[in-house]
Ligand binder design. Structure first.
Ligand code: MLT
Length: 224
């Protein structure tokens, strides 16, 4: 079993470090390159760097990319793991917010995104060491990469119509305290995808793969 882990924004494959411990699978953890400014471009790039058939595990923005993969190349998808993500497009306000953020990043650098996103990633119970680790991952992202990802997220299509057509085993994982892509999003996706399994992770906010890695790993091991 091959699992391709697709990271979120403004993050890197380092968010999946602990998932390497998941047994019975070969893990592929690509780092998305800077120049990709649509979900379809991201999906094609991931497909080029993936085995012929794999389970695609997308965290947040990585989930948006996993949906694009399922649209473009369903024959390559053996299963889906949708982690703290959602199928819907941005609302007009959210889209405007992304473009406002792009202007701020151009002017002041990526620190504005780190400052805005970091408090949403982990629960208040997270250790200072973990908070620092997440901050360092975010701070390692370049201006160009951050701007392109913001554009790609703002323009991503709604994938609601895809969900009932998903024919592969699907696991939906969500941190119980996720305020970026809340439990209600995960419940809606799990209801719409035939046979999907939903696992809620207590004590995790958005970045469940890091904050509660053992619980996430158990859910994936039970699924695969
Ligand atoms: C992510 O974690 O990938 C992003 O926060 C998702 C988003 O902003 O929609």
């Amino acid at each position: 079993m091959d699992i391709v882990w697709i990271h979120g924004f403004p993050l890197s494959s380092a968010i999946f470090e602990e998932q390497r411990a998941i047994k019975g699978a070969t893990h592929h953890m690509p780092d998305l390159p800077l120049g990709l400014s649509s979900m379809d471009e991201c999906a094609r790039w991931v497909l080029e760097h993936s085995p012929q058939k794999a389970v695609f595990a997308g965290f947040s923005m990585g989930g948006y990319i996993a949906f694009a993969i399922a649209r473009i190349a369903p024959e390559r998808v053996a299963g889906l793991i949708l982690i703290d993500t959602r199928e819907t497009a941005d609302t007009p306000e959210a889209k405007k917010g992304r473009y406002d953020t792009i202007e701020k990043v151009k002017e002041k650098g990526t620190g504005v995104v780190v400052d805005a996103m970091l408090p949403k990633m982990l629960t208040p119970a997270a250790s200072p060491a973990l908070v620092e680790k997440v901050r360092a991952i975010m701070a390692s992202r370049t201006k160009e990469g951050v701007i392109n990802s913001l554009k790609a997220m703002a323009e991503r299509p709604d994938s609601s119509d895809l969900l009932p057509r998903i024919k592969v085993p699907t696991l939906v994982i969500v941190g119980a305290d996720d305020a970026v892509t809340p439990l209600a999003d995960a419940q809606r996706m799990a209801r719409a995808i035939p046979g999907a399994k939903l696992v809620t992770i207590p004590g995790a906010a958005h970045l469940s793969t890091m904050e509660k890695s053992e619980d996430v790993n158990r859910a994936v091991e039970e699924f695969t």
